[in-house]
Design a protein around this ligand. Structure first.
Ligand code: ARG
Length: 286
């Protein structure tokens, strides 16, 4: 009898230990989602969010961008993607000690792609806004800017944002310009023409098919400098800040990104990069 009791006690103790271990495992999986995505890595290699250690192990950092947005990202003379954002991402890759891979894609897919781990960083002159911040985490801000209107210089009708009523405005799909113009359209104040890239919209303005383009300040100034017959209306429509997008909770990566950005902001590197890439294709510089 005594022996049987002892055995039962041992069995109960073993079961209790097993149950605790199982609970512990469950907790781990809930608090560390990167661990669970890691284990699916072999079956679905493109959709695992990579921590700083994963990036180090892979030897490369993947930047997602939309390379038609000079001075931030555009095609250089040899067809490679260059610009302010590329140089920032290169500095981050150097800091981590890995190679940089730059992937060009549609702007309106970048936030989702970062979220699902198709790339480590979204660096594309991305305005840090509240809606996007629900999907991804942002770095510190690295550029202060705003949206501006571009028109043909022979146009006499549009001299301020007040004159956009009833006009057709070109924007890049999925951008903050798209958001504000869509609001204007909903109020019956404008007609929106959406394009895959900002230069596509600018080309349509230049050939007279639309009345205005709304886009970010520095790309607007670049477009006007490179397209005869266009001007920027000197009235900022919004104030916006650019930040780098990362998957939510990827804090190890976010720390490095913020360290590099603060250093580059403090020592004037970002200003110097903007100056270097503005008018990069022109013969005269201001
Ligand atoms: N700042 C604007 C936004 O976040 C436009 C960015 C467009 N960037 C690009 N690489 N095409 O919506």
């Amino acid at each position: 009898m005594k022996k049987l009791c002892k055995w039962m006690l041992i069995v109960v103790a073993v079961l209790a230990v097993l149950a605790m271990a199982a609970c512990g495992n469950n907790d781990d999986q809930q608090t560390d989602p990167t661990q669970t995505t890691d284990s699916t890595d072999t079956t679905n290699e493109t959709t695992a969010v990579r921590t700083l250690d994963d990036i180090k192990a892979a030897g490369k950092l993947v930047m997602l961008t939309n390379a038609a947005f000079a001075p931030f990202e555009y095609l250089g003379e040899d067809g490679t993607i260059v610009g302010v954002d590329v140089e920032i991402a290169q500095a981050i890759a150097d800091e981590i000690g890995v190679e940089l891979e730059v992937v060009d894609m549609d702007f309106d897919g970048i936030v989702d792609a970062v979220k699902s781990g198709k790339g480590d960083l979204g660096v594309a002159g991305i305005t840090a806004d509240e809606e996007r911040a629900q999907e991804v985490d942002f770095s510190i801000n690295y550029v202060d800017t705003g949206l501006f209107i571009i028109v043909r210089e022979d146009n006499t009708e549009i001299t301020s944002s007040e004159d956009l009523n009833g006009k057709t405005i070109g924007v890049q799909l999925g951008t903050t310009s798209d958001i504000i113009c869509t609001n204007m359209e909903d109020e019956g104040e404008a007609i929106v023409a959406r394009y895959k890239t900002t230069p596509d919209a600018v080309a349509e303005l230049s050939n007279g098919r639309i009345d205005a383009v709304i886009c970010d300040e520095m790309p607007a100034r670049e477009a006007v400098a490179n397209t005869p017959g266009l001007i920027v209306i000197e009235e900022p429509l919004t104030t916006e800040q650019y930040a780098i997008a990362m998957a939510k909770g990827n804090t190890s990566l976010q720390e490095v990104v913020n360290d590099v950005l603060s250093r580059m902001l403090e020592d004037g590197t970002i200003d110097a990069l903007i100056a270097k890439h503005m008018g990069a294709e022109e013969t005269t510089a201001e």
